[in-house]
Each structure stands twice: as structure tokens, then as C-alpha cells.
Design a protein around this ligand. Structure first.
Ligand SMILES: C[S@@+](CC[C@H](N)C(=O)[O-])C[C@H]1O[C@@H](n2cnc3c(N)ncnc32)[C@H](O)[C@@H]1O
Length: 230
């Protein structure tokens, strides 16, 4: 069981996206559980603020240390051992390997998913409390909640028992550093556009070879960097 504990100033963002499909089933089957904490509930500021100006100048505001320190301490009191993950463009880039590491190490884990807003968080939070920093790509989001949702969604589908058919994971893009081969469903002939005949041949060896060639072709064309990794 993984407990994902989100820490954000907009906990409502998490309400809807986690209640569908694979993630919903994973909750029903006790593979994952979600807890959403509002950073604002922990502020001691009399105006309920969680942000302040940036020392040294600069545009925008920064999340202050006090509410986040207090929130994380309170979560640790409740859950015991936790790993604090902060979503930031400065973090390690999320990829299939990172996702699988989290999914395969899913026994009794508690992850705090710390979501920044404004210009980010006071650096002392990173220095003292954060264990891992994860980026979902080289672009800037307005908040870490969307990065946390992408992290959750990608990790959950790799947890043992989360997918109806485990084989779905085997031939997906990024396995063996290849992109997925083209896939088709019924009808065979749609408006004159036909499915490649080899896929209806019933010859499993030939189909497997065709798929592997297509994987190499598309990976070479779009993501040569993946081929260089293998
Ligand atoms: C407007 S961004 C702040 C960006 C920050 N000033 C910087 O340049 O690195 C607000 C928050 O969104 C989240 N965020 C933005 N881009 C992200 C990314 N690529 N990956 C993960 N989280 C991101 C982080 O939690 C960040 O603290």
C-alpha cells in the first residue's frame, strides 16, 4: 500500500482526477490511499497568508517556511516514516525508470507530495525537509498539483495489481528504450483505410517481427536519444 499525502494550497484540485478508472480501482483494492492537506491550515499568520516577498528582490512571492514545516511535522506525527517529494522544474526529470522505482517499492510507503505555488518555496524547506525533487519536464507550470497528479497517475499503473491485464505494461512506449508500434482495432476497412494485412495473418512470429521493426523505425525517427541509451 502506498499512501500519497498531498500538501498544497489548493487541495480541491485533487478531488476529481483521482476518482476514475485505474486510480479509482487501485483505491478500491487498497493498493493506494490519498490524503490531501491544505498548507493554509497550518499558517500562524493572522491574515492566513502562506507567502511573502523574496529577500534580495525579484518579481513575485515565495511560500514561507513556517506552514510547510508545521504541516510536514504534523504529517510525520500521524504517519511515521515519510519521504518528502517536492515538485520543481529544478528536480530530476520524471521518466519511466523513476516511475517504476516508486511503483515497485510500494510496500507500506508514505510519500508527501509537496506542491509549490507562486515563485516556489523558501529554500530552507528544501535544505531541511525535502528528500527528492522531481520535475515533469522543461517548462513551467503554475503549480505543483498538476505535476503531482502526473506522478501519481504514472506510478499507480505500475503497482502490482493496478492494471486489469499486466501484459499492457510490457509493450508500452519506453520499455527497452523503444516507442510503441502502431496499433489498429476494428473495422478492418474504415472509409477505405485498411489495417496492415500482416496483423490479420495469424502468423505470430511475422507479426512480432513487423512490430519490432515498426518500433525501431518510429524510435529512430522521433527519439534517437532512446536508441542511444540502449
Ligand atoms: C510558477 S512555478 C515556480 C517556478 C520557479 N520560479 C522556477 O523558475 O524554478 C510554481 C510551482 O509549480 C511547480 N512546477 C512548475 N513547473 C514544474 C515542473 N516542470 N515540474 C514540476 N513542478 C513544477 C513547482 O512546485 C513550483 O514551485
Amino acid at each position: 500500500m502506498i499512501n500519497f499525502i498531498t500538501l498544497s494550497i489548493f487541495p480541491q484540485i485533487f478531488e476529481s482526477p483521482l476518482n476514475y478508472s485505474i486510480i479509482k480501482r487501485a483505491q478500491d483494492n487498497n493498493l493506494v490511499k490519498f490524503y490531501h492537506y491544505d498548507i493554509r491550515d497550518f499558517t500562524t499568520n493572522k491574515h492566513n497568508r502562506v507567502d511573502d516577498i523574496i529577500y534580495g528582490g525579484g518579481a513575485g512571492m515565495l511560500m514561507t517556511p513556517q506552514p510547510i514545516f508545521d504541516a510536514i511535522e504534523s504529517i510525520k506525527d500521524r504517519f511515521g516514516e515519510v519521504e518528502v517529494i517536492f515538485f520543481t522544474p529544478k528536480g530530476k526529470k520524471l521518466n519511466s525508470e523513476v516511475v517504476q522505482e516508486y511503483a515497485y517499492d510500494s510496500n507500506n510507503k508514505n510519500y508527501i507530495l509537496l506542491c509549490g505555488r507562486y515563485e516556489g518555496i523558501d529554500n530552507r524547506i528544501r535544505e531541511v525537509l525535502v528528500d527528492k525533487e522531481i520535475s515533469i519536464g522543461d517548462f513551467i507550470l503554475s503549480g505543483g498539483e498538476f505535476a503531482a497528479l502526473i506522478f501519481i497517475d504514472s506510478v499507480v499503473r505500475y503497482i502490482d495489481g493496478a492494471l486489469g491485464n499486466k501484459d499492457s505494461l510490457k509493450e508500452e512506449s519506453f520499455n527497452e528504450n523503444l516507442l510503441e508500434y502502431p496499433q489498429y482495432t476494428r473495422p478492418y476497412d474504415f472509409r477505405g483505410f485498411k489495417v496492415p494485412d500482416i496483423l490479420l495473418s495469424g502468423n505470430h512470429k511475422k507479426i512480432a517481427d513487423w512490430r519490432k521493426n515498426k518500433q525501431l523505425e518510429i524510435t529512430k525517427e522521433r527519439r534517437k536519444d532512446l536508441l542511444d541509451k540502449s
